[in-house]
Design a protein. Structure first.
Length: 166
């Protein structure tokens, strides 16, 4: 049995500005849009364009590019998937250590050329940044909370390479 995913051509294949504009207007009125895109077709257009430059399909872009302080940013599993799929990633390891406020999630990303980037984020870090207790999907799981905050710290160093395709 194979672990390989079967690739399917997406139904939605946007190839012109007008197609993107039409899709964005329709999507902005959908109840399935994240709140930062609801009623904002222009934001959807930017997210879809940014996503297409990174190799994300339109719906992947909408679901995995968040608007943070007015700036689009790839987040969560999408960044990790882009890093792993870049062809330059040797490994990514995630683990937890410590207890209480010293509990920290650690993510170590290693490139095939040997460069290694380590990121970590603790409960104490979250409290200092006023993130601990803040509403969001991480409220339901401490593991998810740490995963959403730690992976981006170690994969952030890869962002410029991914954006510039180097």
């Amino acid at each position: 049995m194979s672990n390989a995913l079967t690739a399917h051509a997406p139904v939605l294949q946007i190839s012109t500005f007008n197609e993107l504009f039409t899709f964005s207007k329709m999507a902005a009125n959908s109840d399935l849009m994240p709140k930062d895109y609801k009623g904002k077709p222009e934001n959807i257009m930017i997210a879809v364009q940014m996503g297409s430059e990174l190799g994300l399909a339109p719906m992947q872009a909408i679901q995995n590019i968040a608007v943070i302080n007015g700036r689009p940013s790839v987040w969560g599993d999408a960044m990790l998937a882009l890093v792993r799929g870049s062809g330059k990633c040797a490994s990514v390891k995630e683990y937890f250590e410590g207890e209480g406020d010293n509990l920290r999630a650690v993510c170590v990303a290693k490139r095939i050329d040997g460069d290694e980037v380590t990121g970590d984020f603790s409960i104490a870090d979250a409290k200092r940044a006023n993130l601990f207790g803040k509403q969001g999907p991480w409220q339901h799981s401490s593991v998810l909370r740490h995963r959403l905050t730690t992976s981006p710290y170690s994969t952030r160093a890869w962002k410029s390479a991914l954006m510039l395709r180097v």
